[in-house]
Design a protein around this ligand. Structure first.
Ligand SMILES: CC(C)(COP(=O)(O)OP(=O)(O)OC[C@H]1O[C@@H](n2cnc3c(N)ncnc32)[C@H](O)[C@@H]1OP(=O)(O)O)[C@@H](O)C(=O)NCCC(=O)NCCS
Length: 241
């Protein structure tokens, strides 16, 4: 857009280094407290280790997520492509206050979850994914990120929406989540209905339900040898979901 200057100016052109533009596009750097690694024994007897996704691992995860586009069932394609955008949004600093964790079984990527702090009070549940089926990995990663939002970051509300029947059954119906009037209030994932959990509901009910579904509590600290074994994660060559 161009408009005549309302005053004589000594320089008719000003230039900005991109370092000065970047703070306008990305906002303040995130200062979220770290997620303390946790582990849980799954219903199939395997131990799932949960920890933050490292930036150096993101390219491998992105390459894996691309392959989910060709999965034709259980909504892995749409959730995969949205997670791709969110991980890239985190890497490129185009998402406000995101957090992302991975689940690891025997050194191999088994699950992913993410969310973000929209405001101090309201956190958004972005996505949960299981890359190994049958062990309730998805439930465990959902438990971890929701616990982190409420108990580490101090969220007062947790807003979800559901793309898949599995997610809706386990979390929407399973937790008897209420929803806000729609379309008055819309979730940022495409404008669908917002389902929400309050901190009070988390404390009184949902936390206990998650423990039941996962089949155990998230245990901390993770022993050093197990943490070490989960450092260099193997990313699957192809999705087996
Ligand atoms: C939703 C999701 C995270 C739930 O993960 P989960 O808790 O690990 O559960 P699964 O989807 O693997 O399995 C659900 C049930 O079907 C069974 N199941 C489904 N597909 C299976 C498969 N291919 N092999 C073995 N079991 C399978 C599981 O054993 C489980 O049964 P259970 O309830 O008796 O334990 C997972 O289905 C997923 O990643 N879906 C794609 C992405 C998605 O929809 N995310 C949520 C968006 S709302």
């Amino acid at each position: 857009m161009r408009k005549d200057a309302p005053e004589k100016v000594s320089q008719s052109e000003l230039t900005f280094p991109v370092e000065e533009l970047e703070p306008l596009l990305s906002g303040p750097s995130s200062t979220l407290a770290p997620f303390e690694p946790a582990m849980v024994k799954l219903k199939n007897g395997k131990t799932l280790v949960l920890r933050e996704l490292r930036r150096d691992e993101a390219p491998k995860l992105l390459a894996f997520l691309k392959k989910l586009l060709d999965v034709d069932h259980d909504f892995y394609d749409i959730v995969g492509v949205r997670v791709y955008a969110e991980v890239l949004g985190w890497l490129r600093s185009r998402l406000k206050d995101p957090y992302q964790m991975i689940g690891i079984i025997d050194g191999k990527l088994a699950g992913f979850c993410n969310g973000r702090k929209m405001t101090d009070d309201v956190h958004i549940s972005l996505h949960s994914m299981a890359y190994q089926r049958g062990g309730r990995v998805g439930a465990a990663v959902y438990y971890a990120k929701t616990q982190y939002a409420f108990e580490t970051l101090g969220a007062k509300e947790w807003w979800s929406t559901f793309e898949s029947y599995n997610g809706w059954m386990r979390w929407g119906v399973g937790m008897a989540q209420p929803s806000y009037p729609w379309p008055d209030i819309q979730h940022e994932l495409g404008g669908a209905k917002v389902y929400y959990i309050t901190k009070e509901y988390w404390d009184s009910t949902v936390k206990g339900y998650m423990k039941q579904v996962v089949g155990g509590e998230l245990v901390r600290p993770v022993p050093a040898d197990l943490l070490k074994a989960s450092e260099n994660v193997e990313f699957p060559d192809k999705p087996e979901v």
